[in-house]
Design a protein around this ligand. Sequence first.
Ligand code: HAM
Length: 420
Amino acid sequence: MTVSYRAIRGTKDILPIDSPKWQSVENTIRDVMHLWNYREIRTPAFEETGLFARGIGELTDIVAKEMYTLKDRSDTSITLKPEMTASVVRAYLQNNLGKQLPLVKVYYIAAMFRQERPQAGRLRQFHQFGAEAIGSPYPEVDAELIGLSVAVYERFGIRNALLKVNSVGCPLCRPRYKELLKSYLKPLLPKLSEETQHRYESNPLRILDSKEESDREIIAGAPMIKDHLCTECADHFRTLQEQLGQMKLKFEVDGRIVRGLDYYTRTAYEIISPDLGSQDALAGGGRYDLLVKELGGKETPAVGFAAGIERLLMVLEKQKYDFQAEVNVTVFLAATDDAGRAWSLERARELRAAGLACEVDLLKRSLKAQMKEADRQRVRFVIIVGDKELKDGAATVRNMKSGVQEQVKFDRILDHLKAR
Ligand code: HAM
């Protein structure tokens, strides 16, 4: 069939057949977040462009190439949020959240927008869950955030996810390391891919996470920042690893985890799944001690992570996760004539008010067709009413599982259904 309009490339409908899975996954995420005492924050879908440009970094791929930016009718440049951290910090500052609590722990589940080249696991509108803890410099908080993200995947019973941690240092040790990296790469530049060559001046650290096979060989011999940290960053990284060990979390130190956003200091981490293909990051995050100040607040240490929900669903499907996400109505009210139909509509309202999910026949179908529909919808009971039943004051109630059919007085119907 030709349709006049289609969803924009890289966006997807979540259809009624799939939405129960999303609801089930979101409920589980909320449960875990609440167990760790994180409270939900919801921020607008769009913000002033400057917030992201400043927060994420002008030279990052997200800001340079991927943002959905437009001028609104009052000529303000606005951007659909490509990530949540900058928005959360903006909300934290605007609402003075730090005044109310010394450590602000928030989580979110929301849609993000990035104009990337769509492929499996990469969309232009996608969904993230994530958490941010704003107000503590201690590596224990980094460990808590990492532990929280791992706990979500454990709760889903995900197998073979891999936790990779790194430290990207601070303004004291990173510039020194950048020079070291650049002098290592300089003679090898002609051998690097074109994109990587571009990054040499603008963002040399990102060269380390190049996916190009030919680059990777060269990168394997490069100095890694984790080996060139200042004393404080090295202490922080060591304590973090001790903490993770105490939490019995399996992890790997990987010097190539540098992240695609500029705000990170010290801890950077990712959770990878081999079930995802080339876009293999389930989650990523780290510490961002300078962002609050960068966005106009006073210096406030913070750490957080975000994770793709579509990617989580891909892994869950692959690992045959039982979503337990069937949402069937309990009762179908079938009418044999108009009088029965009028009665059904009224009674359905009462049963719903009493907490039973009901469906009525809204297509004036034959009784046979209604029974078929009730069967297709896997309801537990069908209540059949027509002129005769109305005269008798009793409906036919069929238990669809056992096949038993009983006459039940109208005023006993609710008790009858609830007893079974
Ligand atoms: P990010 O690495 O850009 O980090 O995104 C986090 C996760 O979102 C990725 O690991 C991936 O699962 C998912 N994701 C990203 N882009 C796409 C896409 N185009 N399609 C589908 N899924 C995608 C951040 O967003 C940071 N704000 C994380 C953070 C929070 N750092 C500190 N606090």
